[in-house]
Design a protein around this ligand. Sequence first.
Ligand code: AHR
Length: 721
Amino acid sequence: MARLTLVSAALLGVVYCQNGTGSITDLPSYMTHINATRNDSSPVVLHIDTKDASKRNATAPYLYGLMHEDISHSGDGGIYAELLANRAFQGSNWNTTLLPNYNGSLIGPSENPVEPIAPVLTAWAAIGNGTRITLDRLHPLSSAIPTGIEIDFPENAEGEVGFQNFGWWGMNVEPQTYNVSFYVQGNYPRNQENTTAFTVSLRSNLTGEVFASSTVSNVSVSFIDHTFVTTTLHPNATAPNSNNTFVITFDGDTVKGQTYYFSLFSLMPETFMGTPNGLRKDIAQAFYDMNPTFLRFPGGNNLEGVSPQQRWKWWETLGPLTDRPGRAGDWGYYNTQGLGLLEYLQWTEDMNIERLLAVYAGFSLDVWGQSGASYPPDRMQEILQEALDEIEFCQGNITSKWGSVRASLGHPEPFDIKFVEIGNEDWFSNTYPYRWEYLYNGLKAAYPNITYISTAYNEASTSFGYNISIPSGELWDTHHYEEPSFFVRGFDFYDNWQERTNNTGVEIFLGEYSALQIDTPTGIVDFSFPADVHIMYPRLVSALSEGVYLLGMERNPNVCKLSAYAPSLQDFNWYNWTPDMIGFDADPSHTVLSASYWLQLLLGSYRGTQTLPVTNSEGDFNPLFWVATLDEDKNCIYLKVINILGDSVPLSANIPEAYRSVNGTILTAADLNSYNYIYNQTEVVPKPLNISTSAPTGYGDDAVFKWDVPRWSITVLQFDL
Ligand code: AHR
């Protein structure tokens, strides 16, 4: 029902202002309780069956993973480590606008009045009196990178002259190696027989302090081709803040009256695992610490394009940066595609996780018409071939056409693909039935060992009115941007789901979810994100309610196989969508791990290998929710308990097993609305549970663990056997 509203939200490219400093009094909307909570704090008595192995189920090994698409500058300016904004003058932002008397959204100009997204000088500025920088298309570096800048020094230039880049709202400077590169060409009449010295530096934008500098001398700049210049920078100290710039300067005396054409700059800090052209260290580390098991990429809406031409063309994301044209991303800004297919694959390898590759399914959102643009049936072969080639690129033998391209790019070993998602949220269209069938049949025939994921299922209730028949063993990707009570009520949704819905063998991927707004009387989610109900940063109530739903999934490992929160990242300076799992800006000390992040880290770090049957002789689910698993490798039992009531609830857990010790980790906070923010990053963080004050009674063959479960808390108890 809220789905069609989502189209407009997804395409509005809205940039919201940042709010508050983490104080709950700043919140425009405040929750005092979760509507779906049963107000009953009477004791709960559980019996965990550790004896009857026939009643156990294997847990879902890939339940907790990651979703990444370039949204809210999560890619360019985010996890992609490149520090220069608009490094190749490809474009910056575009807007969507609603015009009177026109149907739907239209792409409007943002920084360029002629084309909505086009080369701009955003993030660059000249240094020195009379120094001029302009866009230049007369000296293209390559067909993919046709635009550079021309820099003209006046005849009377003196002192320090040059230009600078302000980064993605600043840049982090600390003691490490920064790799610098750029391309430069001279102007023959104005530079003849000159060699040039380029000084590159990292400086404070506030004080001008130079943190690191390097001069590349005697460069003989060609007039015919671009000369590739590289150097490194090594700051000795950490800059006091991230308001820093990257600067290229010259001695005015030596360049007066001269002109140069520059193209494709890069300033790369050290990356996660040292991978070239890789990931920003602190953000990648935060993902890694969650113990994820897979990565879904590259979208999301950003897979689909705002037109078929602007879809994520994987083959245009490969190879040298000089060959990557980039594209107008779906989320209102230009994507450089520096984070391309091979970089995504490398990301999964660096984190040792599975790949969930989303392939284009012949549907683009297309802001011009709300129902999007679909490939017709007689052109689906092209789209199938595109997907087949993409999979071949990932995992094909090096003798195959695309496998050999991968090998030529330095990775002869195949990246096995375990999951392929066919499209994204295709319930926005009425064409998925034929597109799914065509692509599924074609892909399954070629790659029978891959598990395929449908993005639509039972759309009978929408205006399109269709059902997708998902074959046994394949998955349905369902997305939930909802209210807290939705997740609480959904705790038992997957109990007997296959039988209830007649979907024998169909499995579930919760591909995107978050508590998007507080509980409202209607329960209808408003995707225009109104401030009086919208949840901007994940709160304790988000973690509690999302956690209840995830426990419901853990209880049903035969059905629920994968899940990932979305969106995963948000630049605090420029974003389309909130809430997000992790927020950041240029300063790594500002990276905020949200309540929802900690929830997933907790649940994902203590998975267990087998579910254990739990019966209750007193009390029922709600306000307490629980799941028990056995970890055969670590020889322990995990009991995950969530209390969504504003009072503590007495819990007894009977374990017919002698356990050696018990410890636990708890995620709670002072208030349902507590959240983490730049200036208050630890309001909601997991803490070790002080079990000594609540020691188990009855050690021995039949141990009883007694504990008052604190109000509004998520706890993982670990009983070592
Ligand atoms: O996560 C943000 C967006 O929400 C995704 O791109 C899309 O799949 C969904 O509509």
